[in-house]
Write a protein that binds this ligand. Structure first.
Ligand SMILES: Cc1cc2nc3c(=O)[nH]c(=O)nc-3n(C[C@H](O)[C@H](O)[C@H](O)COP(=O)(O)O)c2cc1C
Length: 231
């Protein structure tokens, strides 16, 4: 199983430790990125990606290795600690650059067959909104199945996490690893994704943004073809 991990910080704290606990149980072929070390740009709002071509993004060279890894992977893992009730700024800055891959624009067909995991830790609160910061992108990219793992660790480093809680987390990551392995290569998007794709298909048939319309036509999605089906 090919796995791409995007770590929402450079350091190896509780969120990283839980992510790596899961990775050890998955035994996959892992590509890992750290933010902001591996991507340190903010979207400039030029809208070249939406209106013309993603290759015209001023940050394309830095973005491309991450995009390629996302497309190649069977499993995408996005992780970030809770920072003031949200994902880290660097995670948000990266995800902004992939707005053009949303279903409303030009989603990549491979996304509809992938699994993903969103992992976060907080001292106490803010996991729900932080998970949403990351899972929204996965949903709108078309990712077929996303698992969510949020832990209130009541600590600012993994050493400070109680043994009782560590045991609980260990159980959770084992259960999740088994699910992921069982479903690898067999996932299909659920009703919500298919319904959203259908609405986008109606919009792209009429046409709004020429770059998107051309893409949808080329893929056959304005007709009967669907990215989660083989034909
Ligand atoms: C800038 C900053 C903001 C934080 N905001 C919150 C917060 O809103 N809620 C919370 O419970 N913990 C908050 N924390 C604590 C961390 O989320 C928590 O310690 C987390 O487990 C750290 O993960 P890490 O070890 O992977 O960095 C914050 C920490 C920092 C550094």
């Amino acid at each position: 199983m090919k796995i791409v991990v995007i770590n929402g910080t450079n350091h190896q704290g509780s969120t990283y430790s839980i992510t790596h606990q899961l990775l050890n149980k998955l035994d996959g072929d892992i590509k890992e990125f750290f933010l902001p070390k591996d991507f340190d740009e903010f979207c400039l709002g030029c809208t070249n990606c939406f209106k013309k071509d993603e290759n015209l993004c001023p940050h394309r060279n830095k973005l491309k290795p991450i995009e390629e890894a996302l497309i190649e992977a069977d499993l995408i893992i996005l992780e970030s600690p809770v920072y003031v009730y949200h994902a880290s700024g660097q995670m948000k800055a990266l995800l902004d650059h992939f707005g053009y891959m949303w279903m409303a624009h030009r989603p990549h067909e491979s996304m509809f067959k992938k699994q993903a995991v969103v992992i976060t830790t907080a001292a106490g609160a803010g996991m729900k909104s932080t998970i949403k910061d990351m899972s929204d992108s996965l949903f709108f990219w078309g990712v077929a199945k996303t698992y969510k793992l949020g832990c209130a660790v009541r600590a600012v480093s993994y050493d400070g996490v109680s043994d009782k809680l560590k045991k609980k987390i260990d159980k959770k990551t084992s259960k999740l690893a088994n699910k992921i392995k069982k479903k690898n290569g067999k996932v299909k998007p659920g009703f919500k994704t298919k319904a959203f794709f259908f609405i986008m298909h109606l919009l792209e048939k009429k046409g709004w943004n020429p770059a998107d319309v051309e893409y949808w036509k080329e893929k056959g999605w304005t007709g009967k073809k669907r990215p989660w089906k083989n034909k």
